[in-house]
Design a protein around this ligand. Structure first.
Ligand SMILES: [Zn+2]
Length: 290
């Protein structure tokens, strides 16, 4: 896991977590999750701590912190019943929620860090109260807040601090707490990107979320500090188009020659680097980069 945004620095095991652990053992992903946990423990024991702290400081000092002093007024409270993967969860009323503005690695495709991303979201949300702010970005008139799979598009917020501690605790009314004993709010969408467990993502240039630039800044910090899926990232040449939101694979180094079907009619191809393309909010072409 990239950053533990716990203010207490420890994660208290709660009854909720014990129940979830039991349920999790019924899951087909149990073995994979167990391996992910082992990898995470190993990394913590590797002395990755100092690097982690410097990254956390860089994030907190950048003005891009995923931790907010208050909850947006439009946020609504829900109970999260299940976390499917890093960017998808289910509420108690069966509503499926897709975390907007980001993209986590795919579990089904067994992409690296898919399990770590799931673990991150699960740690903060599974079986707990979560607060949602909705985004109107896709869908048609009566379904403005949903994607084409019918999932609710949202930013997900959880309280941090004191007994919540970002890990296992639950709270009856963290909003009331804020007056005398302020608690802070972690935006999970932003936290995942800050930890290198998600890319900032917009399906097209016209469908950007309001904090897209912030997400790009967090992504850049995670890349520079080699967090999560950026740990093994090595820059490479890519092909871009003037208005495309994806970048494509070069058939030869420093050449705009390519095999991608999406570029067969494209004009004005140019060379870039993957890091520059990511910084501009572009994503890898699913056809040729994967
Ligand atoms: Zn392509």
């Amino acid at each position: 896991m990239g950053i533990c945004f716990s203010t207490a620095g420890v994660c208290i095991k709660s009854a909720d977590e014990a129940v979830n652990e039991f349920l999790d053992k019924q899951s087909i992903f149990y073995d994979e999750s167990r391996r992910a946990k082992e990898r995470l423990e190993k990394r913590r024991g590797d002395g990755g701590g100092s690097n982690n702290v410097s990254h956390l400081n860089a994030v907190l000092q950048s003005g891009l912190s995923p931790i907010h002093p208050s909850l947006p007024v439009s946020a609504t409270k829900h109970r999260c019943r299940n976390v499917y993967d890093g960017d998808t969860l289910t509420l108690e009323d069966d509503t499926r929620v897709r975390l907007i503005g980001i993209d986590t690695p795919e579990l089904k495709e067994r992409q690296p860090f898919a399990l770590e991303a799931k673990e991150y979201t699960k740690k903060y949300c599974n079986g707990k109260d979560v607060w949602l702010t909705l985004v109107e970005i896709e869908g048609r008139d009566n379904e403005k807040n949903k994607d084409h799979y019918g999932r609710l598009l949202a930013f997900v917020w959880v309280p941090l601090g004191d007994e919540h501690n970002g890990g296992g605790g639950t709270t009856k009314n963290p909003q009331r707490k804020s007056a005398s004993n302020p608690c802070q709010w972690l935006c999970i969408n932003e936290g995942l990107v800050a930890s290198g467990l998600a890319h900032a993502y917009s399906p097209s240039k016209s469908k950007k979320v309001h904090n897209h630039d912030k997400l790009l800044g967090l992504q850049r910090l995670a890349r520079v500090n080699k967090r999560g899926q950026w740990a093994t990232f090595k820059d490479y040449d890519v092909i871009v188009t003037p208005n495309g939101s994806a970048f494509h694979k070069c058939k030869k180094k420093k050449s705009i020659m390519n095999d991608c079907k999406h570029l067969s009619r494209s004009m004005n191809l140019s060379l870039s680097t993957a890091s520059d393309a990511y910084d501009k909010g572009m994503h890898p072409c699913r056809n040729c980069v994967g």
